[in-house]
Design a protein around this ligand. Structure first.
Ligand SMILES: Cc1cc2nc3c(=O)[nH]c(=O)nc-3n(C[C@H](O)[C@H](O)[C@H](O)COP(=O)(O)O)c2cc1C
Length: 302
């Protein structure tokens, strides 16, 4: 067992928010998937206050090295989630981390406050990739905007708060430092990188219904490695590292640059049970090279 923000986990592999639907997986694979869950904790897709339809189709474009998605965070909203999804997810055999997003500090505080009261929820992840409608600033791209958000939200939750950093900003490490100074318990990174694809049949038009989307998968692995390393050099908070992880080697690489946990995202679309293989491969590697896998040890200084 390992410990993350006071939560006991069986191993270090979790899922990236929005990339594994535990409820749909149970429908497809039966109860066995809940009993032998591939992830050490389940991170929900983003929940917003009001229900959202998501973006118009098409919502996915396959790249040679991954995906661009423009899903647009469809979800049932807070009330729908509490009523319909939470009771089902409470039956999971692993801790539940709920990911939330709001477009004002007050909205985020309401979401955090609602989940902080629920025993079924072990921790809350803040998706801060959204612009604050009042300031126009992307909440997670600007250190002072994030600091103000955390000052507002922190008093609403005694539970661990994980800030999910966006890679679409000048200095993610500055944002991570603001998160640490203003009460976050952990940071997670990277979220998707903004990208677009052109429609092969309509010259000059974007393929995705949302115009642009988020790039994920092997294409972003090198960026994830460098950003996790940069953040580790600035903060001592626990880090959930993710971006293009497909194997135990990739997970161990993220561990060696400073991640405490590793999330698997896009790879689960190819193989929903990939996380179990990755966890086994990573723990064999960590057993073989324990010193290298420890946080901050073995970071190559160039
Ligand atoms: C289809 C899809 C949906 C996603 N939905 C969310 C989401 O709802 N909330 C969020 O914080 N991140 C979301 N992400 C980002 C992932 O959690 C993860 O940060 C990113 O994909 C990088 O990891 P990967 O390369 O292993 O996929 C989504 C990614 C994909 C591909």
């Amino acid at each position: 067992m390992i410990e993350f923000c006071g939560i006991s986990l069986e191993h270090r592999i979790v899922n990236g928010s929005g990339t594994f639907d535990a409820i749909a997986a149970r429908r497809a694979f039966g109860d066995a998937i809940y009993e032998q869950f591939p992830f050490a904790a389940f991170v929900s897709k983003t929940v917003t206050l009001a229900p959202r339809e998501g973006n118009p189709p098409p919502r996915l474009w396959e790249l040679p090295g991954g995906l661009i998605n423009s899903i647009g965070l469809p979800n049932k909203g807070l009330e729908g989630y509490l009523l319909e999804d939470l009771p089902q997810l409470a039956e999971l055999s692993v801790p539940l981390i709920v990911n939330v997003m709001g477009s004002t500090r007050e909205d985020v505080a309401r979401l955090v406050g609602a989940f902080a009261e629920r025993d079924e929820v072990a921790a809350i992840e803040l998706n801060v990739s959204c612009p604050n409608v009042k300031t126009g600033l992307i909440m997670g791209a600007d250190p002072s905007e994030l600091a103000a958000l955390l000052d507002h939200v922190r008093p609403h939750a005694a539970k661990p708060l994980i800030v999910k950093l966006t890679p679409n900003c000048a200095a993610p490490a500055d944002v991570a430092a603001a998160a640490e100074e203003h009460g976050a318990d952990a940071v997670s990174l990277i979220n998707t990188l903004r990208g677009m694809a052109m429609d092969p049949h309509r010259p000059g038009e974007p393929w995705l219904g949302g115009g642009t989307g988020g790039v994920s998968g092997p294409a972003v692995r090198a960026i994830a490695l460098s950003q996790v390393r940069e953040v580790r050099e600035r903060v001592s908070l626990p880090i959930v590292g993710m971006g293009g992880v497909q194997s135990g080697h990739h997970a161990t690489d993220l561990r060696r640059v400073g991640a405490d946990l590793v999330a698997v995202g896009t790879e689960s679309f190819r193989d929903p049970l990939a996380a179990r293989r990755i966890a086994d491969e990573a723990s064999s590697l960590e057993e073989a090279f324990p010193a290298n896998a420890a946080r901050g040890v073995g970071v190559v200084r160039l």
